[in-house]
Write a protein that binds this ligand. Structure first.
Ligand SMILES: [Zn+2]
Length: 427
């Protein structure tokens, strides 16, 4: 098969010939059965290090099938499925179940994340080695949704995963400092009378974990960094040469906490309730600069689907989280490319190449060269469209961007040469 007239990382127009699931030839004027690229930008298939697929247990919110359809529409060819399912993915049996569902139903590769502690309870290490040795070959471990707040357990987890080159992905949230917390602690939380979620609750854990990772010589990945102070700590830790990586979500690159007070959908709208919370404009600026200069390594969606009844309720009772797979690339274009902070090569590094490297995925996140697997995302950055959640492939609709006009559109996604999306639609 041939993909005609695409611009790899925004370069000069070329044709790509695919054979046996790999890129066989890159050139011009190829003849044969072709998909017309229309001058779209070609990126290596996107890789998400942080997706909630909700299966098993909350199939009313999302399934492996619908979540990966959502991923494919967003240009993703691989996702890491977080462990906070029901049952929790804390044994070889459960991670293999998710892995098998991925093989059977998925529109992109599914790599289960294993829980760090049994039941995400923070008391006892889960069977990390058994999950690593299982058919799912787990390399990323996280209690995401909860923080591994016990320093001794965190140290032991970091030590344990060294044996199989694993990484602990920490959801940095000091639980005592965030008891009952509802939104970013600051001027607006004070005015609205909502319990504040202080930046220090994130920063204290990140600082501690950087020191622990350095102490035992292991790999730490910091999930969804949200504050300027966290960026400063990461910059310091990386200057030491420690083996630490970090992610930022699209929503933390674009949205701020004042939306809780005043927004197109009114005040106190739980569509903006998320963990960690939306922060201030100064935090957003610091996160953008950190993603541009490499202090933050990657963008991860933290795609967190919730059914309507869990979001459309009063603020304090509403679930935390936003869907994000189908809008991620557009939000990154708006926040990072339109602002001149990243070019398309920079976007490919942060949304494909480096996330695949952190997850130790062979066959994903490779540059679009001859011989590489044909995992390809075609993206038209020139259009601007209103976000319409009713068109999402995700089972859930909890997007903060409804009605907003965002740039760009994924026109096609190819998984090892097989189209999963063509002309913006699922195949
Ligand atoms: Zn989290």
């Amino acid at each position: 098969m041939i993909i005609k007239n695409v611009r790899i990382l925004g370069g000069e127009p070329v044709d790509i010939r695919i054979s046996g699931g790999v890129i066989a030839e890159i050139g011009q004027g190829f003849e044969g059965e072709a998909v017309e690229g229309g001058g779209a930008i070609a990126l290596p298939g996107l890789v998400d290090l942080h997706t909630h697929l909700r299966e098993p247990g909350r199939e009313d919110a999302e399934t492996v099938q619908t979540g990966t359809q959502s991923a494919a529409r967003g240009g993703y060819t691989a996702v890491h499925a977080m462990a906070n399912t029901s049952p929790v993915a804390d044994t070889a049996g459960v991670v293999e179940q998710v892995w098998r569902l991925g093989r059977e139903f998925a529109h992109c590769d599914v790599h289960p994340v294993g829980a760090v502690t049994v039941g995400l309870e923070g008391k006892q290490l889960a069977e990390l080695g058994a999950m690593a040795d299982s058919a799912a070959r787990v390399r990323v471990f996280s209690d995401d949704g909860k923080c591994v707040d016990d320093a001794v357990l965190m140290r032991r987890a970091l030590e344990y995963v060294k044996a199989f080159d694993g990484v602990i992905a920490q959801h940095a949230q000091e639980p005592r400092l965030t008891s009952g917390a509802q939104m970013n602690e600051g001027v607006i939380s004070g005015r609205l009378g909502l319990t504040g979620w202080p930046a220090v609750a994130e920063e204290a854990i990140i600082a501690r974990d950087c020191l622990l990772a350095a102490h035992v010589g292991s790999r730490l990945h910091v999930c969804h960094v949200s504050t300027a102070g966290s960026v400063e700590i990461l910059r310091w830790a990386k200057s030491k040469g420690w083996n630490i990586t970090a992610e930022v979500t699209p929503h933390h690159l674009l949205l701020t906490d004042d939306l809780v007070e005043e927004s197109p959908v009114g005040a106190y709208n739980p569509i903006y309730k998320v963990n960690p919370p939306l922060r201030t404009r100064a935090d957003v600026e610091a996160l953008r600069a950190a993603l541009a200069d490499g202090t933050i390594d990657i963008v991860a969606t933290d795609h967190a689907p919730h059914p309507v009844e869990d979001k459309e309720t009063e603020w304090s009772a509403a679930a935390m989280g936003m869907v994000g797979l189908e809008t991620a690339l557009s939000v990154v274009q708006e926040a990072m490319v339109e602002t001149g902070l990243l070019d398309w090569a920079g976007v490919a590094e942060r949304m494909s190449v480096v996330p695949a490297r952190i997850g130790r995925l062979a066959g994903q996140g490779q540059a679009l060269d001859v011989g590489a697997p044909a995992n390809i995302t075609l993206y038209d950055p020139s259009v601007r469209t209103k976000v319409d959640p009713s068109a999402f492939a995700s089972k859930s609709r909890n997007t903060p961007y409804e009605g907003m006009t965002l740039p760009g559109r994924v026109t096609a996604t190819f998984l090892r040469g097989r189209p999963t999306v063509l002309e913006g639609k699922l195949v």
